[in-house]
Design a protein around this ligand. Structure first.
Ligand code: SF4
Length: 298
């Protein structure tokens, strides 16, 4: 869930209705620059916005997602800021960020990236992703369809673990087809491929596209999740869950070509599951998915 900074009481309500990760982008950690960009309105209080994750955690939300908008301010400052924010959350609650997003300033209807003189090159962007991966190895890293296919391919190999596909950024964009003159989009999408094309592409790059959300549904969040992650035990869940959720996608939505690639990949990957009990169960669940059953998870 992604909403503006709010009170502990409101975060508690969100926790009670069972949200997954709470995501809020800082935009920039530089106070002076932040205040210049948000002169009025509910986002204008720098401290209130910057301390939002502390309040969310105080309210019991244990999975939070950080992000800065690279290009608003000097990237070195914001890179350091986001790492210090992660360090602070670890020190404060013993749980670092669940995800870190790395958006860059992009062209939109009312934004011309050329007026931001802190824009970063593809090379610097790739370095930021690689350094974040090393600095915060346990965190999921997200890149959106703001980035081109080429740029996404580069950063996937450097540590990005979550990407979107088939995104629409205008109001109501998933309900009705986006008209070319629609000017409500938050930013221009650089990667316009469909979800099927993205899934197909990922498999050809030797990645396993996973639609897994098992941890939320099993209550594996916060420090329980982080412990599994930091001692690498999570692989016993992620790997089979990725194969099973991919299988569901292939059965229900994929094109003929994507399905053929995916089924071959699943067959090979099942053999790589190291725990024999997990391997046996996952193989059985995959067969069950093929015959119409759904929603298996480790
Ligand atoms: S088991 Fe699923 S939800 Fe949990 S970390 Fe792995 S991929 Fe994510």
């Amino acid at each position: 869930m992604n909403i503006a900074a709010t009170t502990v009481e409101n975060y508690r309500k969100l926790k009670e209705v069972g949200i997954g990760t709470y995501i809020l982008f800082q935009e920039t950690y530089n106070k002076e620059s932040y205040e210049k960009l948000h002169p009025t309105g509910p986002k204008s209080d720098y401290a209130y916005h910057t301390e939002a994750m502390d309040r969310a955690m105080e309210a019991g939300i244990d999975d939070v997602g950080l992000g800065v908008l690279f290009g608003l301010n000097n990237y070195r400052y914001d890179f350091t800021g986001i790492i210090m924010h992660a360090e602070h959350l670890e020190a404060y609650k013993g749980v670092g960020p669940h995800t870190i997003s790395v958006p860059r300033v992009r062209r939109a209807d009312d934004i011309d990236p050329d007026v931001f003189d802190n824009g970063i090159s593809d090379e610097t962007f790739a370095k930021i992703v690689a350094c974040l991966r090393i600095a915060v190895p346990y965190t999921g890293m997200i890149v959106s369809t703001r980035e081109s296919q080429e740029s996404r391919e580069k950063v996937l190999k450097l540590g990005i673990s979550q990407i979107s596909g088939g995104s629409r950024t205008s109001v109501g964009g998933y309900v009705t087809e986006e008209a070319p003159e629609d000017n409500s989009a938050q930013f221009d999408v650089s990667d316009n491929r469909t979800l099927d094309e993205v899934v197909n592409w990922l498999m050809k790059l030797n990645f396993i596209p996973s639609f897994c959300t098992a941890c939320y549904r099993e209550g594996r969040t916060g420090d329980r999740f982080m412990t599994l992650l930091k001692n690498r035990q999570i692989i016993n869940c992620c790997h089979p869950n990725a194969l099973m959720t991919l299988k569901e996608y292939l059965e229900d939505y994929a094109s003929v070509e994507t399905k053929a690639i995916g089924d071959a990949l699943i067959e090979e990957e099942l053999k790589r599951i190291t725990n024999p009990i997990v391997m046996e169960k996952a193989t059985e669940y995959i067969k069950n998915i093929h015959s119409g059953k759904r929603d298996f998870r480790f």
